[in-house]
Design a protein around this ligand. Structure first.
Ligand SMILES: [Fe+2]
Ligand SMILES: [Fe+2]
Length: 248
């Protein structure tokens, strides 16, 4: 196919077909939800295919997706409210814009991507578009959430007792990363993320991401081609969020 004939970034390249959706193993293994791959492959025929491209069950994405577009059209409500609420809290407290950005992005991988090791995934997703310090703070907020710092009024979160149980033992890699972060020059940037981190149990307001548009404009290098299409080392992560149900 020459580039002139290339399919547009967005759309349904399988018009007229019945399209089967297969779930990604990362969200299914261990959950008891059965793997349907073999049954679905048996259903394939001249009219039935595995889904590629836009899923009509999701809002259409813009042609050149921006960070705000992902907040509007992909992220699930609980993460969107959590991120915007944390960023608004930092904004209202008069925090530096790097703190506001780190708060806005700290759990971004939970929006519609991957939960496990979310600080590390989130940092990687945003690294080409934010300052090194913001990405660092996003990565290390995950470990620092587990470690109290009475000097700045940060205690182990009550929500973590609920999430993990009272006797939960923090894994070694988290303890080691927290100790490393504690002596780093950017420690307080990551610590501020944990201080502005709202509990998921809090009933947070659903802010409009456009309220943060100016801060985002000054601190997020939005690629002109759109997130997912700028050939950055993380473009595939954003494409996966645009088309989370692509078979391959
Ligand atoms: Fe987090
Ligand atoms: Fe959080």
């Amino acid at each position: 196919m020459c580039m002139d004939d290339a399919a547009p970034n967005m759309g349904n390249p399988q018009q007229g077909y019945t399209r089967l959706v297969f779930s990604s193993p990362i969200g299914r293994i261990g959950t008891g939800v059965p793997n349907t791959e073999m049954e679905q492959l048996k259903q394939l025929d001249a009219n039935t295919v595995m889904m590629m491209g836009d899923n009509p069950a999701l809002p259409p994405m813009t042609e050149r997706p921006t960070l705000i577009d992902f907040f509007k059209y992909r992220f699930e409500s609980i993460t969107r409210r959590h991120l915007l609420g944390s960023a608004k809290r930092a904004l209202d407290a008069g925090q530096d814009e790097k703190i506001i950005m780190a708060c806005l992005l700290h759990d971004i991988s939970n929006g519609c991507f991957i939960r496990a090791d979310h600080g590390y995934w989130s940092a990687q997703m945003i690294a080409p578009y934010v300052s090194e310090e913001v990405a660092w703070a996003v990565q290390y907020h995950q470990a620092l959430r587990y470690v109290a710092d009475p000097d700045v009024g940060y205690a182990y979160p009550e929500s973590y007792h609920k999430f993990f149980g009272k006797d939960y033992k923090i894994p070694n890699y988290i303890q080691e990363d927290a100790a490393y972060a504690r002596q780093h020059k950017w420690y307080m940037t990551a610590r501020q993320v944990t201080l502005n981190d709202l509990y998921f149990f809090d009933d947070t307001t659903d802010h409009d991401p456009e309220e943060l548009a100016d801060v985002i404009g000054r601190n997020f290098r939005q690629p002109v081609e759109g997130l997912g299409f700028d050939r950055s080392p993380v473009a595939h992560m954003w494409r996966t969020m645009i088309w989370p149900n692509n078979f391959l």
